[in-house]
Design a protein around this ligand. Structure first.
Ligand code: AMP
Ligand code: ZN
Length: 476
């Protein structure tokens, strides 16, 4: 069944059809490394992780790029204030970011380009824009993108947002990286060196200076994924000007469509309000870990709301996440217990599970996520399955093979959810599934394979004990 996604470019839900065979190019605007990422940022990154995992679950190969913005206005200001070097300053927050990413069990992006390591690509992209006469050097030494010339060349500025043509003021310029729709104007591609930039500058054909924020993403995404690719993601605040400007720069340089599907995650509020340090509702991931919550609980909570709905984060919600996970864990724990008893030695006729259960879980879960990542319906399928499985467990309906089949189904959907299992569960589902494979190999008299699986289990820290009741898993 096909995947449908809301494309900001068309402002509608569309069928997702990759533009070519092979890997799907997916670019997620990454962190600006000037501080620890906050829980709002994490909502967006977990959303990106969900998109990637679902594509992979559907059998696509994905090339996932997440850039590291390690030079822009805010960073330079902090470098100046803290009297450190750029690399020393950004290195600390970059390392923290990737640690946090792991804590939340997000898959590591395949490419993590740093802006400061792509200055030649950025310069050559600006040169192309200058050669095509849609960029110019102004008297202040900086290079700007000309919206007027871009439009005169038949291109469209305002693909992601509706802009009022009367508000376009030809020739006016904006130098800062962030500005509102009301102040749309020619934006900076290369910023001439200023005294307050300190040591942060590079040589260029237009003199010493540094890149603007928007050009960094155009240069890095096209270098790694090519001039046109399928998916570009970020939080909704990036739609304008960042993503609009990325389109203008990329299409202005190549003359061809840049990205096919633009996906934007809605913002996260804390206790109903925009996060701010003065309101005391500003949480980094580390603040929440210090309060005793786990990455798993936080990931679960961030994954409960649809990505296009504003999400209200509360500490109470995190308590709720703990309770919900405990329900899942209890069910998985029981399945593991039964599953690790192994297949009955002989003659035990398998009990056919009643209607519902595992096949429904996979079908309902897939259908829900295919529907523009309808995560509420996906969790609905999970909890229906938990309820049904608990009923079957209570009625002694499940034999070991069926318990393992149920765990295998759970593992499949968990490859998308990424919440894993509680560390307290004795044998994790993937271990039980290996045991099942070993039993199947033995039954087929493929002892070589059975031994290989036994070794694999050993390498993962598990031993198999053959008991009169069947094989049992034991932690080494
Ligand atoms: P930054 O590090 O500021 O460049 O932001 C990283 C990502 O977090 C971007 O995709 C932003 O759109 C996103 N973001 C920033 N604030 C929030 C928020 N309150 N809720 C959700 N996403 C956010
Ligand atoms: Zn970006």
């Amino acid at each position: 069944m096909g995947l449908k996604l809301f494309n900001t470019l068309s402002r509608s839900i569309q069928d997702f059809t990759p533009s070519r065979q092979g890997r799907i190019g997916m670019y997620c605007c990454g962190p600006t490394v000037y501080d620890f990422a906050h829980i709002g940022n994490w909502r967006t990154f977990v959303f990106g992780d969900l998109v990637r995992r679902h594509l992979e679950f559907k059998g696509h190969a994905v090339a996932h790029v997440m850039n590291v913005t390690d030079v822009e206005d805010k960073i330079i200001k902090r470098v100046r204030e803290t009297k450190t070097s750029l690399r020393e300053f950004t290195g600390k927050y970059e390392a923290a970011f990737f640690e946090d990413l792991k804590t939340l069990n997000c898959l590591e992006p395949h490419h993590k380009p740093r802006a400061t390591e792509h200055i030649p690509e950025i310069i050559s992209l600006i040169e192309k824009l200058v050669a095509r006469r849609v960029a110019y050097q102004a008297a202040d030494g900086s290079v700007y993108f000309s919206i007027e010339k871009y439009q005169a060349a038949g291109c469209h500025y305002g693909q992601l947002v509706k802009l009022n043509p009367d508000e376009l003021r030809p020739g006016e310029r904006v130098k800062s990286d962030e500005y509102a729709k009301e102040s749309v104007a020619d934006f900076a591609l290369w910023k001439a060196r200023a005294p307050e930039d300190g040591d942060v500058f590079w040589p260029s054909p237009w003199g010493e200076g540094r890149p603007g924020w928007h050009i960094e993403c155009s240069a890095m995404s096209m270098k790694i994924l090519g001039p046109g690719f399928d998916l570009h993601l970020g939080g909704e605040d990036l739609i304008f000007p960042h993503h609009e400007d990325e389109i203008a720069q990329s299409e202005g340089a190549t003359g061809r469509p840049f990205v096919k599907y633009w996906l934007h995650g809605a913002h996260l509020l804390v206790e109903g309000r925009k996060m701010s340090k003065s309101l005391g509702n500003f949480f980094t991931l580390r603040d929440l870990l210090a309060k005793g919550f786990t990455g798993r609980e936080i990931r679960y909570l961030l994954l409960t709301a649809h990505y296009r709905e504003t999400f209200n984060f509360t500490l109470e919600g995190l308590q709720g996440a703990r309770t919900a996970l405990a329900r899942i864990d209890e069910c998985l724990g029981k399945l593991c217990e039964i599953g690790s008893l192994g297949v009955p030695p002989s003659g035990g006729s398998p009990v056919t599970p009643p209607e519902g259960g595992t096949p429904n879980l996979l079908a309902a879960f897939t259908a829900a996520l295919n529907d523009d990542l309808n995560i509420s319906a996906a969790w609905g399928a999970v909890f229906d399955w938990v309820r049904e499985t608990n009923r079957q467990l209570a009625d002694n309906f499940l034999n070991p093979a069926q318990a393992r089949a149920a765990l295998a189904a759970w593992n499949k959907i968990d490859s998308v959810l990424g919440i894993g299992t509680s560390p307290e569960i004795e044998s994790p589902p993937e271990i039980v599934v290996l045991l099942e494979a070993r039993q199947a190999a033995r039954k087929a008299k493929d002892f070589k394979r059975a031994d290989a699986i036994r070794d694999e289990l050993k390498a993962k820290g598990w031993a198999i004990e053959d008991t009169p009741k069947g094989p049992k898993l034991k932690k080494l």
